[in-house]
Design a protein around this ligand. Structure first.
Ligand code: BYC
Length: 470
């Protein structure tokens, strides 16, 4: 593996200096990225010192360096996992053959589309979270928000590196477009649904990092299996950073849940809202919202795109190694499908069902997180259980889109569903209430009323550490 060069304009372990044309192209894109970051990145905090983690190598021990940095000076770099000699395709029609170091012509469009779709989510999430710095519940949380933001920026760099290196002029144009689309914009929206939804307060931010970033984990894991080796190596390293994002989400919600329980017990009528907290039924509604939006990110239940990507050896399953059979020709899986307006269980060719296979792994992972939240509730002695809604609830992509299915899985008429929607999803009053709680708390070690302190600080530091210098 090439050593990491951190003194170059663009830190990298891909020997960028050995390819002057590519280096020049990426150095020309760099100021566009910085302009985008200043225009669309965290509002109001660009000139402050933030205690951030920067990726400086791909070694498992010591890949990250922690220090104060102003965000526009963050060293966004290009890091690929080391190449494994003799690696072969792990699935699909080319199973067992050597992996590709270049893009095969016949799969160029498919591959570019997947890389662009993945790349588009990264700046989108930064845009969605742009205003949250005005209302952070603590300096610890403020710093975590910015950590997530700069790393999403680095993940954009990772995809742009692939576009510039392997897709010629088309790739360079796509890289520009990644900076031109805008989350929620009517004319130039981001590609996938959840990335156009507002993340207007911290409860949504924690749900987003819990559920939407977790979709990232599964999509990146499927791409980390790719027979296009540079994509696999890029995604493997991205997953290292992704773990912290999900930690922010899962522990963020856990702390809101804990505080809800404490205040439920404190208030005589058991209503944490009376004491400036968020009640568990409202937390359940935001869970329902972000979980269902994130389920959509896996695409249709039955998808020829997914079948093509698997056959081509470009997008595999989560942890492909765990399976015995890697070609999936002629195999089937029984799953729920819609047949004449009715939900029936039916055999579907496995390759076409791969979005659903990945979604099923994701659901199990989400359930583990919800179980941990429920343990907190139980430990606090409160009688309440959070639940993942049905995978058919509130869907906008795929077979269940637009069906009036309740969180419990019961099919209603669309009009009955719409009439009862506010019972299951945040309504205007919930949004207003949550936003009313969003007052910044920027005294070191102090927390907003609606959230419990974290179990420990960042990088072994205490909660009172000045994670952001005001
Ligand atoms: N919204 O064949 P279908 C992350 C489109 S998150 C809007 O069923 P396919 C992160 C689809 O493009 C991970 N449109 O789906 C998290 C297709 O359009 P065309 C992101 C959608 O292609 C937090 C049509 O509907 N990773 O990293 O099998 C913070 C039919 O689609 C949606 C990736 O996206 C939607 N939700 O699967 C920061 C990985 N879903 O082709 C970052 C790369 C589908 O007919 N992408 N459509 O025009 C993929 O693997 C696939 O594109 C998808 C869709 C799984 C997204």
């Amino acid at each position: 593996m090439t050593a990491v060069l951190t003194d170059e304009k663009i830190p990298n372990n891909v020997n960028l200096g050995g390819d002057k044309r590519l280096q020049r192209a990426l150095e020309a894109w760099q100021p566009h990225f910085i302009d985008w970051w200043k225009a669309m990145g965290p509002l109001g905090w660009q000139e402050r010192d933030i205690y951030l983690r920067t990726a400086v190598s791909v070694e498992t021990d010591g890949w990250a360096h922690f220090d104060y940095v102003k965000m526009p000076d963050y060293r966004w770099g290009i890091f690929l996992e080391p190449k494994q000699d003799g690696r072969t395709h792990g699935f699909g029609d080319h199973y067992g053959q050597p992996v590709w170091d270049e893009v095969p012509g016949e799969f160029r469009n498919l591959l570019r589309r997947l890389i662009v779709t993945q790349g588009d989510t990264e700046p989108a999430s930064v845009e969605q979270q742009r205003n949250l710095g005005a209302t952070a519940p603590s300096l610890y949380d403020l710093r975590n928000l910015f950590q997530v933001n700069v790393e999403e920026g680095r993940h954009l760099w990772a995809m742009v590196y692939l576009l510039h290196t392997y897709f010629g002029r088309d790739g360079r144009e796509e890289a520009e477009e990644l900076l031109a689309r805008r989350s929620g914009d009517a004319d130039k929206p981001r590609i996938l649904g959840a990335f156009n939804e507002p993340t207007s307060h911290w409860l949504s931010f924690f749900m987003f990092t819990m559920f939407t970033d977790r979709d990232g984990k599964y999509q990146l894991s499927a791409l980390a299996e790719s027979g296009f080796d540079p994509l696999a190596r890029t995604c493997r390293f991205m997953l290292t950073e992704e773990a912290h994002h999900m930690f922010v989400g899962e522990t963020g919600v856990q702390r809101v849940v804990k505080r809800a329980c404490e205040l439920t017990k404190q208030d005589g009528s058991g209503d944490p809202r009376k004491l400036g907290g968020i009640d568990l039924p409202t937390i359940q509604k935001y869970l329902n919202l972000w979980y269902s939006l994130s389920l959509d990110l896996f695409g249709g239940e039955v998808s020829s795109n997914a079948a093509d990507a698997f056959a081509a050896g470009i997008k595999g399953r989560y942890k492909e190694d765990r399976y015995d059979e890697h070609k999936l020709v002629g195999s089937h899986v029984a799953m729920d499908v819609l047949d004449g307006g009715k939900i029936v269980h039916k055999d579907i060719p496995m390759r076409n069902a791969l979005n659903e296979v990945l979604r099923t792994e994701y659901i199990k992972d989400c359930q583990r997180g919800v179980d941990r939240w429920n343990k907190t509730i139980k430990d606090e002695g409160v009688d309440f259980e959070l639940r993942l809604p049905s995978n058919k609830f509130h869907r906008q992509i795929g077979m269940w889109a637009g069906l009036g299915v309740t969180p419990g899985g019961e099919q209603l008429t669309v009009s009955s569903f719409v009439a009862r929607r506010g019972e299951w999803l945040p309504n205007d009053a919930d949004e207003r209430y949550i936003k009313s709680l969003m007052q910044p708390v920027y005294e070191p070690g102090k927390m907003a009323s609606w959230i419990a302190p974290p179990a420990k600080g960042i990088n072994g530091l205490p909660n009172e550490f000045v994670y952001v210098r005001l």
